[in-house]
Design a protein around this ligand. Sequence first.
Ligand code: GTQ
Length: 348
Amino acid sequence: MHELGKLEDLPQGYRDDLTATNLVPLWPSMRAVLPPRIPTRHTQVLNWSYESVRPLLLQAGELTPMEKAERRVLVLANPGHGLENMQATPSIYLGLQLILPGETAPNHRHTPNAVRVIVEGEGAFTTVDGEPCRMERGDLILTPAGKWHEHHHEGTGPIVWLDVLDLPLVYRLESSWAMEGQLQQKRSERDKSFADYSAAGVVPNMGFQRGDSNSPMLRYPWAKTRTCLLEMASEYPEGLLSISYVNPENGTPLFPSIGFGALMLRPGETITLPKRTTPVVFHVVEGAGQMNVVGHASAGAEPLDFINKDTLCAPGYTDITLTNRSATEPAFLISADESPLHQYLGIF
Ligand code: GTQ
């Protein structure tokens, strides 16, 4: 690519006139916004180790009562995007949320889509548009755009989950807003939408209505995903073991913005993921190992260690290699990426 003219090449008077007229010459910045062959990626390779976050989150429980927080969350902010922008990746917000026994996070709804991934604790449920959804380790609970949601905790210890929202995207679309509501009346049985779709190819005879809703199923239990991956492993002795979470009616991703998946690493396995345009987030549900990222300056020379409950991210246009440290036990990770958006835009 040949060199283009610089801003300094232009007479100061002309530059001042441009600024006064709200104009910017493209050519001095052309290579910055359209770099040769590979995009600029602010997303840095990172592991928010749960061991380091957990004490700070529990401290928030002591420092800030629920009435003063509404949602007691520490945001996992990627420094590459600027901590204040609350971005793990360009479109994905991550937060670790704490609820103490007996607390309730009040009812509200908002335009960003959200998924909760349960990290620790039991006895909590989220009510989504009248349906209470149980929260167990590794479960995905959906609170899609515009749906009312409130969190309750009836267990004895703290409960912590990972919030995954398309907030950075919706915020930059100048469309992020919320409204508060009264606590919800229960309008359906606990986990009703999960029960409706709990076995592929089979639906209940009573109380089931096929709908064209974007999110007919609100809870994706980890136990089901784990079993599915183990069954795949018994079928396939090699190759990447991964699944996508989809709408059970039509097979599309959970949200138009963020795609969710899960993968299993066989004991002792090292596997390089297919190269992709989209940045990715991993949450470690079981096991321990390493993530090695090649193709971005933020990746150190050494791979990043991870263990159970850690949350990691890596930019797109990189080669990501995952290693399971255990020679005897499988490791399981849940992933979130921007692939639906990249597909829609034709850049995947
Ligand atoms: O639990 O509804 O991390 O509204 C950020 C915004 C969680 C929630 C977050 C939210 C929530």
